[in-house]
Design a protein around this ligand. Structure first.
Ligand code: GLN
Ligand code: ZN
Length: 759
């Protein structure tokens, strides 16, 4: 029968054991031994869990204390010079210094940069390379973990990040071409292969996810050269793993590389199945990623089983591996741990452990096991029952989406006209000051929220605490002289969770943690059904805050694309449709805010840019529905209502047209760290609407000097019209403390006032 395996497993542990062990070690509360013991225990537990669920072999070195790309850098000794002393003295301390910085006496090492792993919400550490860089094989970790798995009786397959993807994901500090390093990198990388072969490894999985990106001739040639050398080197059988999409134009390249096996993503790209089968040479193993490693839905056997049948018919048992589309890193571990989900809903879900069990079922079924076929038949009924569930498919929501017309996305008048109406209404000074929404989430607030959740603090007492906080935030802003106020968002735990909990169609797990980076985890909500808003969500808070002041109070919402992007999304409806449902629900909120006298509403879309598909050919379609969803949310309000949006650190060059098409009256963006360079896209485009480029970095407790803020504001004034410029920080202030927020915002106001004088 087909071989069952998976490309990788979550590392953090069902109860985030690794997070606790890491944070205790970083605090100095526990030694390296204790941390490494927890890590070993998690690896052992996860391999056993996978084997018990039905895996025939397990990946190793998918585990990481912090990040697998950082591990790949260490594997070839690509440790930037500034960390070398420390790393030589204490390798673990050196490793964490690269991951998160290190301060000790005179030593002050900054962390390496971090960025998003393809289009996931996982962030990897960006290796830093330079021209002439040397590499050396440091295979201790991967060899040790391989031997550990073998000793525990597993059929183990080491996983390495491929050399080409490694270079592509790295950055060079000197701007040199990373590809120029390929010839020096390869011998070191092959040294790791040798060490694994010496240890007895048979198959090695080499991850080259960049094969699903648009590749130019140089990168394609790099693949050919690399894998010709790897094949000539021999010693182990290589499974070349591609994931996160279809091979597309790289299909011929991927199948022609002279390796023993190829892994392809058949969840995101099921349509490539025939082309892959046709192109695959007859001596190759195909590891078919038939189940989605990025999502949490139980698969529908009526779709998957025929696919597996077809794969088996074409390949035979010896050449077919059944796997998930990508590493299970992106899903939680075990749905059977969820005690508070409605039973029918839990039955629709499949986390890492369940996915491996599903693979086993498919393998058994195609091998003629009747019991497995029967179980799959039942599974089909369970999945099909989703469609019959009244909260999954709601006639009212569907009808509303069907009745959408372009009218819904329209403001009544063009921006230039609205701007005059709004100027009249609000009478704001030039260079108006505002903030992005949240104020410090103090310890007292967190304690109160926890007490409220656990029932120790009743609704009234909790609301009283929140009202006090709103009052304090409003008073402070008035005193500081800010022009457009916010209520401070003290009632919100998280910008998505707060809304998800109040919308129909969303559900929350108790232990559905997914690693975001290092020890940081997120618990994405699950959008399982049609989204609707049973009642207003923010109106009472905004109205209360407005009642405390004569200054305009800005209402604060999380936008539809961000609500989608940071959730697990149902797999039975196109994302664009789900997004439209959310947009309509939020639109009602906007209109209710307007009715309650809130004249300014901000719709945050920090995740809009990160939703961009991996391939350029897919960008326009995405941007069209994303912009449309924003416009539906903001549409239909009066000209006098001012719509803001906010987008954190993101490049705008590629999306400036889309951002302009959103037609928000004001957009605030994160620009301080780039020293206003991010404004270039706006000035080149002659972006007409209001812009608030952040004049100070909120990621650090450091209070910016007035001179720094004045300099940034002057830079912005050089390229923007004074009547379109707003003055605000980069992002929300919830992670900051009051003392620094107070100083920084007072400074910001005085800088804006001084600049006004000079206009
Ligand atoms: N309004 C939110 C806040 O201020 C925006 C957060 C964000 O952009 N990530 O916290
Ligand atoms: Zn932000």
């Amino acid at each position: 029968m087909p071989h069952v395996t998976y490309p990788g497993f979550p590392r953090i542990g069902r109860r985030r054991e690794l997070k606790r062990a890491l944070e205790s070690h970083w605090k100095g509360d526990s030694g390296a031994d204790e941390l490494l013991a927890v890590a070993r225990e998690l690896r052992q537990r996860h391999w056993k869990l996978a084997r018990d669920a039905g895996a025939d072999s397990v990946p190793v070195n998918d585990f990481s204390l912090y990040d697998h790309v950082l591990d790949a850098a260490v594997l070839v000794d690509a440790i930037p010079p500034r960390y070398r002393d420390l790393a030589a003295r204490d390798p673990l301390a050196g490793y964490f210094a690269m991951a998160r910085g290190h301060q000790d006496g005179d030593v002050d090492l900054h962390a390496l940069e971090m960025t998003k792993w393809f289009d996931t919400n996982y962030h990897y550490i960006v290796p830093e390379l330079e021209a002439g860089q040397r590499f050396a094989a440091r295979p201790d970790k991967v060899v040790a973990e391989y031997l550990e798995a073998r000793a525990a009786g597993h059929v183990a397959r080491p996983v390495l990040l491929g050399p080409v993807s490694f270079l592509r994901l790295s950055k060079t500090v000197d701007g040199s071409d990373p590809l120029a390093l390929l010839d020096t990198l390869l011998p070191a990388w092959l040294g790791a292969i040798d060490a694994l072969a010496d240890a007895g490894a048979d198959w090695v999985q080499v991850d080259e996810p960049t094969l699903v990106l648009d590749l130019d001739a140089a990168w394609r040639e790099a693949f050919r050269r690399t894998y010709a050398a790897v094949a000539a080197h021999g010693r182990v059988r290589i499974l070349l793993a591609t994931y996160f999409g279809e091979l597309g134009a790289n299909l011929e390249l991927a199948t022609s590389l002279p390796l023993a096996g190829l892994h392809v993503d058949l969840a995101r790209a099921p349509d490539q199945l025939d082309a892959v089968l046709d192109a695959l040479p007859a001596d190759r193993v195909l590891s078919a990623g038939v189940l989605d490693g990025r999502n949490i839905w139980l698969s529908d056997p009526s779709t998957i089983l025929p696919r597996v049948d077809r794969l088996l018919a074409r390949l035979g048992n010896d050449r077919l591996w059944l796997s998930t589309s990508c590493s299970l890193l992106h899903v939680p571990i075990d749905v059977s741990e969820e005690k508070h989900l409605p039973a029918h809903l839990a039955g629709w879900l499949s986390f890492a452990r369940q996915k491996i069990a599903e693979l086993r079922r498919y393998a058994d079924a195609v091998a003629g096991d009747d019991a497995a076929r029967k179980t799959l038949a039942r599974q089909h009924e369970i999945v099909a029952s989703r469609q019959a569930s009244g909260d999954v498919v709601r006639a009212d929501v569907r009808a509303r989406v069907r009745q959408l017309t372009p009218q819904f996305g329209q403001r009544r008048s063009a921006f230039s006209f609205r701007a005059d109406v709004q100027r009249e209404r609000f009478g704001l000074p030039d260079l108006p000051t505002t903030t992005i929404g949240s104020f410090p989430q103090t310890n007292d607030l967190r304690i109160a929220r926890a007490a409220h959740r656990s029932g120790k603090l009743d609704d009234d007492a909790y609301a009283a605490i929140l009202r006090d906080e709103v009052r304090r935030v409003v008073r402070f802003q008035e005193e500081a002289g800010i022009d457009v106020l916010v209520h401070g968002e003290p009632e919100r735990n998280d910008m998505v969770e707060y809304f998800g909990e109040q919308l129909d169609g969303y559900v929350f797990t108790s232990l559905g943690w997914v690693q975001s980076y290092g020890s940081r985890c997120v618990k994405p909500p699950i959008i399982y059904g049609d989204v609707a808003r049973p009642a207003p969500m923010t109106v009472a808070w905004s109205a209360y805050a407005q009642s405390l002041t004569d200054k305009p109070m800005k209402g604060m919402l999380t936008g539809p694309v961000t609500m989608l992007q940071w959730s697990f999304v149902r797999d039975d409806l196109p994302r664009a449709d789900v997004c439209r449902q959310i947009a309509l629900a939020l639109r009602d909120e906007v209109h209710d805010l307007e009715k309650a006298g809130i004249g300014i509403v901000q719709i945050d879309e920090p995740a809009l840019r990160e939703g961009l598909p991996l391939r350029r050919a897919d960008w326009d379609a995405y941007l069209a529905w994303a912009v449309d969803a924003f416009r539906i949310t903001a549409g239909g309000v009066s000209d006098a209502t001012q719509v803001h949006t906010h987008m954190c650190y993101s490049e705008f060059n590629d999306i400036i047209e889309a951002v302009a098409a959103m037609d928000a009256d004001v957009i605030s963006i994160e620009t301080s760290r780039s020293r206003m360079e991010l404004l270039d896209a706006f000035t080149r485009f002659q972006y007409p609407n209001g812009i608030g480029p952040g004049v100070y970095d909120i990621h650090s407790p450091r209070v910016p000097t007035e001179a720094e803020m004045a300099d940034l504001l002057a830079r912005a004034l050089r390229v923007l019209r004074p009547d379109q410029l707003w003055v605000n920080p980069d992002c929300g202030l919830k992670t900051r403390g009051w003392p620094e927020v107070s100083d920084a915002l007072r400074g910001m106001v005085s800088v804006a006032r001084a600049a006004r004088e000079r206009l």
